[in-house]
Design a protein around this ligand. Structure first.
Ligand SMILES: *Cc1c(COP(=O)(O)O)cnc(C)c1O
Length: 428
């Protein structure tokens, strides 16, 4: 595989951009080697600047539910751009977008658009604090909620793979109000609540975790968590930045049958443009400025191009409910193929999947929380990643990330991927 142009660009990039990338996990640090610079994408595939073709299973880290450049999103963008790129005044499509979100997600009665998942999660914690008058909140070890200071404490995703689960630059003061619980462990929640009586504003959780690899939440755990939050008047926040519109039109909360008080969105909701959103109970959302005192704002929030792309994506989802069965079938096919291969090579690696989010952990233990996830052999993952890459399969360059299947992945793509998986395992 020729990668000279990528190498050259990376050398140049490192002179001007920290680590040569604008988001850390892109840099291949945890798998070794240099990142590839991508030139264009179409459907299930993308091409790097040296002309190599890959079947893409990152989908821009989640947004591309329909693969790259689906015509209905590109058309929506083309017609929106004719009218201008930003006004800083309300537009009709923001109303349509908000209506559509509340239709698809019943727990969301009102919604505010922002520009990233990070902004969405930050804003929900502020809203919960403003609403309850309490200051502390609980997050779970291994869950990632973006890069706001008080979330970067035992966070997942890039923070986890780079070995900086708690980042320098986060003050003690900031960390003091973040309480840490264990995923799928209700006892850890009860303990924190009893030792911080009437001080906890919110619990934020990835209702299906995707940033310590994919870890399913247990039904009993999430039901108990909902009940405890009701009893203690704690705002339950589902961070659906990854799972929203990915695992079902109504997100993880639809699958789990649990209504959170607030939810956060990003990734798919922007149709590939930088968008986030948060919403939930009217009573809480009305505390947000200008209807209430909790300040939250954004120069480009509800941007017309971002709304055009996001609205096209959500409208497609609404009009084509069958895509979730299609995604389930494709993803199950891939998972079965992987499991057959594992059997053939005598390995029993943990394979976790919820719909089109999947993760193969390089550990033979059951993975159901952070501690079991980090038992994975990340150096083996690095080898596997490069074996797959050499066979034209682009996976996340880090163990603790999800593999995303899109509607654009064809049977042929999946067959090729399963063959590459088998050869890769045999070579390791
Ligand atoms: C990606 C992600 C975020 C952060 O979103 P950005 O748009 O990268 O700021 C937050 N929470 C979860 C669950 C995510 O997967």
């Amino acid at each position: 595989m020729k990668t000279e142009k990528s190498k050259q660009l990376f050398e140049e990039a490192k002179k001007y951009i920290p680590g040569g990338v604008n988001s850390p996990v892109r840099a291949f640090k945890s798998v070794g080697g240099d990142p590839l610079f991508i030139k264009k994408g179409l459907g299930s595939k993308f091409w790097d600047v040296d002309g190599n073709e890959y079947i893409d299973y990152i989908g821009s880290w989640g947004p591309h539910l329909f693969g790259h450049n689906p015509p209905f999103i590109i058309d929506a963008l083309k017609s929106a751009i004719e009218n201008g790129t930003s006004f800083g005044a309300p537009t009709e499509i923001e109303v349509e977008m908000a209506k559509l979100i509340t239709e698809l997600v019943p727990s969301v009665e009102m919604v505010r658009m922002v520009n990233s998942g990070t902004e969405a999660t930050m804003s929900t914690v502020r809203a919960a604090r403003g609403y309850t008058g309490k200051e502390k909140f609980i997050k779970f070890e291994g869950c990632y909620h973006g890069h706001a200071d008080y979330f970067l404490i035992k966070a997942g995703s890039g923070a986890l793979t780079l070995g900086v689960p708690t980042s320098p630059g986060v003050t003690k003061g900031n960390a003091a109000d973040t309480l840490l619980a264990d995923y799928n462990d209700i006892a850890s929640i009860k303990k924190l609540i009893s030792s911080n009586k009437n001080e906890i504003a919110a619990v934020i959780i990835e209702p299906i975790a995707g940033n310590m690899g994919v870890v399913k939440v247990k039904d009993k755990f999430i039901k108990e968590l909902r009940a405890i939050c009701d009893e203690e008047k704690i705002v339950l926040i589902f961070d659906e930045v990854m799972t929203g519109f990915r695992v079902a039109a109504g997100g993880a909360q639809e699958i789990l049958g649990i209504k959170p008080d607030l939810s956060t969105y990003g990734k798919i909701i922007g149709g590939g443009l930088p968008v986030g959103a948060f919403g939930g109970k009217r009573e809480i959302m009305e505390k947000i400025a200008p209807s209430g005192p909790v300040y939250q704002a954004g120069t480009l929030s509800g941007n017309p191009l971002a709304m055009a792309a996001g609205y096209a994506a959500l409208k497609y989802i609404k009009n084509n409910p069958g895509i979730y069965n299609e995604l389930e079938e494709k993803s199950a096919f891939l998972e079965n193929g992987f499991n057959e291969n594992l059997k053939a090579v005598g390995k029993n690696y943990a394979m976790n999947r919820v719909g089109s989010m999947m993760c193969m952990f390089f550990t033979e233990n059951l993975v159901d929380d952070f501690k079991s996830a980090v038992k994975s052999d990340t150096s083996l993952y690095g080898k596997y990643f490069h074996e797959m890459l050499n066979r034209g399969i682009y996976l996340a360059p880090a163990q603790f990330e999800a593999l995303f299947v899109s509607t654009a992945h064809s049977k042929e793509d999946l067959d090729k991927t399963i063959r590459a998986h088998k050869e890769s395992l045999e070579r390791m």
